[in-house]
Design a protein around this ligand. Sequence first.
Ligand code: FMN
Length: 190
Amino acid sequence: MNPFKKFNLWFNLAKKKYPYDHTAFALGTSDRNNQPHVRMVLLKLILEDGFVFFTNLNSQKGKHFNLNNNLSMCFYWETLNKQIRITGKGSIIDEKISDKYFSSRPRGSQIGAWVSKQSSEIPSKSFLKQKEAQLKKKFDGFSVPRPSYWCGIKIMPKEFEFWQQGDYRLHDREVYKLKKNNWTRKLLSP
Ligand SMILES: Cc1cc2nc3c(=O)[nH]c(=O)nc-3n(C[C@H](O)[C@H](O)[C@H](O)COP(=O)(O)O)c2cc1C
């Protein structure tokens, strides 16, 4: 089976169990010292050739991505006993797609994207609240434009691993690797 098909199959099962948070995944990046970092983000678009999340390019993860676009993703849906790991290369998506998604967000979140210099140090929470109030005033009566630093990153997989819990540690691990435009499949010992 094509791993994208299998991904969609599992993702739709997860959606039934977790209508709101099935899209959450752990995103792995590396810094300039090859130190891995991981944090949760949300999968917002599934394209034919990749998976898109949205973020601030000036954030820690955005800076890592600029240095090294090898990224990893990991989904875990507890009640399904399923995990999916994906590695691949990230690229910035077409601006028009980011504009469209940004304009679909609640106004408060759009303003929030301007308020937060994601991952930079702030003196206090009230600093953010003040900034939010200023920006609310500034954009009053206008639609909020997408900040150029806020955009979608598409991860194009080169490897998928589907993990399904089995009895007595005998889990299933199915790995797909992209080789010369074809997906190869193998099983791994748990
Ligand atoms: C469930 C969940 C979903 C999140 N989704 C996103 C997201 O889609 N984009 C994003 O930039 N941060 C998201 N965050 C916040 C990130 O985990 C992280 O705190 C933030 O992006 C800063 O990370 P960085 O300093 O490594 O760049 C989410 C956090 C949680 C707990």
